[in-house]
Write a protein that binds this ligand. Sequence first.
Ligand SMILES: NC(=O)c1ccc[n+]([C@@H]2O[C@H](COP(=O)([O-])OP(=O)(O)OC[C@H]3O[C@@H](n4cnc5c(N)ncnc54)[C@H](O)[C@@H]3O)[C@@H](O)[C@H]2O)c1
Ligand SMILES: [Zn+2]
Ligand SMILES: [Zn+2]
Length: 382
Amino acid sequence: MRAMVYRGPYKVRVEDKEVPAIEHPNDAIVRVALAAICGSDLHLYHGMMPDTRVGSTFGHEFIGVVEEVGGSVQNLKVGDRVMVPFNVYCGSCYFCSRGLYSNCHNVNPNATAVGGIYGYSHTCGGYDGGQSQFVRVPFADVGPMVIPEWLSDEDALMMTDALPTGYFGAQLGDIEQGDTVVVFGAGPVGLFAARSAWFMGAGRVIVIDHLDYRLQKARDFAFAETYNFNEHDDVVVHLKKITDYLGADVAIDAVGAEADGNLLQHITSAKLKLQGGSPVALNWAIDSVRKGGTVSVVGAYGPMFSAVKFGDAMNKGLTLRMNQTPVKRQWPRLLEHVQNGHLKPSDLVTHRIPLEHISEGYHIFSSKLDDCIKPVIVPEAA
Ligand SMILES: NC(=O)c1ccc[n+]([C@@H]2O[C@H](COP(=O)([O-])OP(=O)(O)OC[C@H]3O[C@@H](n4cnc5c(N)ncnc54)[C@H](O)[C@@H]3O)[C@@H](O)[C@H]2O)c1
Ligand SMILES: [Zn+2]
Ligand SMILES: [Zn+2]
């Protein structure tokens, strides 16, 4: 089969690889219909994620058709059109039984903090991902779901991570009626978070980024008030000014460890590797929320950080909430919202790229060229 293969930072190729085989009776093999590139994949692509091995295939957002099932699989059959959450999880351990699917204790021998994620380095379990023609899906009875007939392929694809993560980001904010919510990052995750904040009762939604085309999308898609942080000396001071000098009730970090906006942080992380990334967006979230407010972090952070404003968070009495998304927990409500026409997830898809051209897809998305918001990979396209 053809599969995206990592060759080192900023180098991905498409190569021939063995079609994956059933390794356990509860595995399924899925023929990928669509995959997506996520902001999380960029951390791998940029070489920021420990133990990202040459030869591995990325892709934790994918949908497809069941090609083969192991002997114990009961919930899926060959030919089913399925969406697969980005989490690999057992469904029955201490954490899974409490709904913490992203923290499963049985799927990742390499780490105790994070569970399993398709195509996301050996730190996250070493599973090959779906930016390929076929993918092995472990615990096939647990994660995947047959896609309802009324849901389109691209809408289903957005259900495997970007939409549930945005929604989860808003949920972790514990938004109360009339709250002011500020979202850092206008990528797919931030845009879905901003849109979801309204579902939860927000009275005002503000989105911060430095890419004008994405801020435009935040106005059109998420009905948000937007500010470009490059147009303000200090975006936190600006946010204080427009919130009666109190601050927002809730701040959502949908940027993660590769934030722009502070040269020193950029040099100590990306250049000198003195810390695992640049916590600029996290610090802005801590600074711009009011005392007693909530900071929700869905932007991804890997290893160690310095210069996180933890003391301010402590002294302001903030509630900090964060996790990788337990995707399937979000599906029932989100399916209802989509079916009722409250939002169309595929509105954020901007690029459809054949698998053979995936390296171009990574380049366009990483460099934010061509007004790219969400690139979709089509394995069977010529
Ligand atoms: N928690 C989870 O389960 C989960 C799931 C998916 C993605 N993520 C993470 O969410 C983050 C966003 O993902 P995405 O797909 O939207 O990525 P993306 O790269 O498309 O978007 C990130 C956006 O943040 C903006 N940005 C950079 N620095 C900023 C700053 N200081 N303030 C405000 N905006 C800033 C960028 O310009 C960009 O538009 C990533 O870190 C990704 O790894 C987490
Ligand atoms: Zn993702
Ligand atoms: Zn588990």
